[in-house]
Design a protein around this ligand. Structure first.
Ligand code: ZN
Length: 175
């Protein structure tokens, strides 16, 4: 009899016992590192990129919160947009606006404040604090340190872009 031998079942799992067929049921798991829930919420890896992450509901929410203002921009693009925004906002009198401001004086651009938030800093952080935070966060979220961690990859990109924005601002600062 050829019943239930490997050669006769054609590899269709429904012809096997329960234990064997269980492995054949493919559920895509959440792409969040260490999460073993089903990943049924697709999220684009970046704008104009057909590739998708798949997250569970909780981690899709987390991903969206981290999908910030800088997502999908290269560091250069973020810095260029930052420069463009400043040009548009004030065609003159740069000096009074370009310095590092004290707390709450409103001298930070929107991108700078966003960048500081991405680096977990307050609005009045100085550039030394920026460099320190950047090094720490880039290290923590580096793809070599956390391979296959989608959230870390997003944070790593945000941190890099944020640093570029703040470095460009520092260079424009009058000395
Ligand atoms: Zn998850």
């Amino acid at each position: 009899m050829a019943r239930s031998t490997r050669s006769s079942d054609w590899g269709f799992p429904r012809w096997r016992g329960y234990e064997a067929s269980r492995e054949a049921v493919k559920i895509r798991l959440c792409d969040r590192h260490g999460c073993d829930k089903a990943g049924d919420r697709p999220a684009p890896k970046s704008p104009n990129n057909p590739e998708r992450w798949y997250f569970c509901e909780e981690h899709a929410g987390e991903y969206n919160r981290n999908w910030d203002y800088f997502e999908g921009l290269t560091a250069e693009e973020a810095a260029a947009r930052e420069a463009g925004e400043r040009r548009d906002a004030s065609g003159y009198g740069q000096a009074s606006h370009y310095g590092w401001g004290g707390p709450g004086d409103g001298s930070r651009s929107r991108d700078e404040r966003h960048a500081l938030t991405a680096l977990e800093l307050e609005d009045d952080a100085d550039f030394e604090a920026v460099k320190k935070a950047w090094r720490r966060l880039a290290k923590e979220n580096h793809p070599d340190v956390k391979p296959n961690d989608a959230m870390a990859a997003v944070r790593f990109q945000s941190v890099q872009a944020a640093y570029e924005v703040l470095r460009a601002a520092e260079e424009r600062r009058p000395r």
